[in-house]
Write a protein that binds this ligand. Structure first.
Ligand SMILES: C[C@@]1(CC(=O)O)c2cc3[nH]c(cc4nc(cc5[nH]c(cc(n2)[C@H]1CCC(=O)O)[C@@](C)(CC(=O)O)[C@@H]5CCC(=O)O)C(CC(=O)O)=C4CCC(=O)O)c(CCC(=O)O)c3CC(=O)O
Ligand SMILES: NC(=O)C1=CN([C@@H]2O[C@H](COP(=O)(O)OP(=O)(O)OC[C@H]3O[C@@H](n4cnc5c(N)ncnc54)[C@H](O)[C@@H]3O)[C@@H](O)[C@H]2O)C=CC1
Length: 206
C-alpha cells in the first residue's frame, strides 16, 4: 500500500461523514481543528463525545440511516459506519476529485489519518500504513517522551527570526548562515536570545 504523507489544507472545504460512532468521534475533531468549513454528519445516532460539537453548531447532524441511493458532493467523504456494503456502493458513486476515507478498508481509502503529535507549530505524524495501529499508538508515547517543553517557544522565536532575516538580509548565503546559527543551542538557550539575534543580524548587514 504505497502512500505519500502530505499536509492537507482544509479551510474552505466541506466534509460528509457517514456514521457517528467511535471512529467518527476520533476523526471529526481533527477536521474541525484544521479549520474545515463544514462537516455534515449522517447517522441515526451520535456518539456521546460528538454531542458538544452538535450543541455548538460545529457540525450539522442529519439524523437517519444512509442508503446507497444517497449521493454526496462534498470535498471529503468519510465512511465510518459498520455497513461495509454501503461503503463500497458509495465508493463506486464517488464524485470526481472527491477524497474518500473508508474506516473498514484502508486499501481503498484515498487518505489515512496518521497519529499526530503537535507542539505549537510542530507536527509529527506517524503511520504504520495499517500494519499495526496498536504499535503506532505505543510509538507515539515513546516519541512524546523525546519532545521537550521548549519546542513550542523555540518555534515562535525561530519564526520571528526567519521573518527578520528575510527582511534585513538579501544575500542568500548570509541568510542561510544566520538561520542556521539561530537554531544552535548557544542562541536558543540564551536568556536574551532576541537581543543576541538582533546583534548577529546587525553584524552581518553592517
Ligand atoms: C488504516 C487506519 C485508518 C486510517 O486510514 O486512518 C486504521 C485502520 C483500522 N484500525 C483498526 C483497529 C484498531 N484501531 C485502533 C486504534 C487506532 N487506529 C488508528 C489508525 C488507523 N487505523 C489507521 C492506520 C494507522 C497506522 O497504521 O499507523 C490510530 C492509530 C489513530 C486514529 O485513528 O486516530 C488509533 C489510535 C487511537 C488512539 O490513539 O487512542 C485500535 C486500538 C485501540 O483502539 O486502542 C484498533 C483495534 C486493535 C487492532 O485491530 O489493531 C481496524 C480493524 C477494525 C476491525 O477489526 O473491524 C482498521 C481497519 C483495517 O485494518 O482494515
Ligand atoms: N479505522 C479505524 O481506526 C477503525 C476502524 N474500524 C471499523 O470502522 C467501522 C466503524 O467502527 P466504530 O466507529 O467503532 O463503530 P460504531 O458502532 O461505534 O459506529 C458506527 C456508526 O455508524 C452508524 N451507522 C450504521 N449504519 C448506518 C447507515 N446505514 N447510515 C449511517 N450511519 C450508520 C451507527 O449508528 C453508528 O453511529 C467498523 O466497520 C469497524 O470495523 C474499527 C476500529 C478502528
Amino acid at each position: 500500500m504505497k502512500r505519500l504523507p502530505i499536509m492537507l489544507k482544509l479551510e474552505g472545504k466541506t466534509a460528509a461523514v457517514v456514521g457517528a460512532g467511535k471512529v467518527a468521534a476520533r476523526h471529526i475533531p481533527k477536521l474541525l481543528s484544521a479549520g474545515i468549513k463544514e462537516v455534515m454528519v449522517y447517522s441515526p445516532s451520535l456518539d456521546q463525545s460528538l454531542a458538544g460539537y452538535h450543541d455548538h453548531s460545529q457540525i450539522i447532524w442529519i439524523k437517519g440511516e444512509i442508503s446507497e441511493r444517497h449521493s454526496f458532493d462534498t470535498d471529503l467523504l468519510l465512511l465510518t459506519s459498520t455497513n461495509h456494503e454501503l461503503h463500497q456502493r458509495l465508493l463506486e458513486q464517488r464524485k470526481p476529485g472527491q477524497l474518500i476515507y473508508l474506516a473498514d478498508d484502508p486499501v481503498a481509502s484515498d487518505i489515512h489519518f496518521p497519529i499526530t503529535i503537535t507542539r505549537g507549530e510542530l507536527s509529527v505524524a506517524l503511520s504504520t500504513n495499517g500494519s499495526s495501529p496498536t504499535y503506532a499508538k505505543q510509538l507515539k508515547e515513546k516519541i512524546e517522551e523525546c519532545l521537550t517543553d521548549e519546542i513550542e517557544g523555540d518555534l515562535i522565536f525561530l519564526d520571528k527570526v526567519r521573518r527578520q532575516v528575510q527582511e534585513a538580509v538579501s544575500e542568500p548565503s548570509q541568510r542561510k548562515q544566520l538561520l542556521r546559527q539561530a537554531t544552535s543551542e548557544k542562541v536558543l538557550r540564551n536568556k536574551d536570545r532576541d537581543t543576541l539575534m538582533k546583534q548577529m543580524i546587525d553584524d552581518v548587514i553592517h
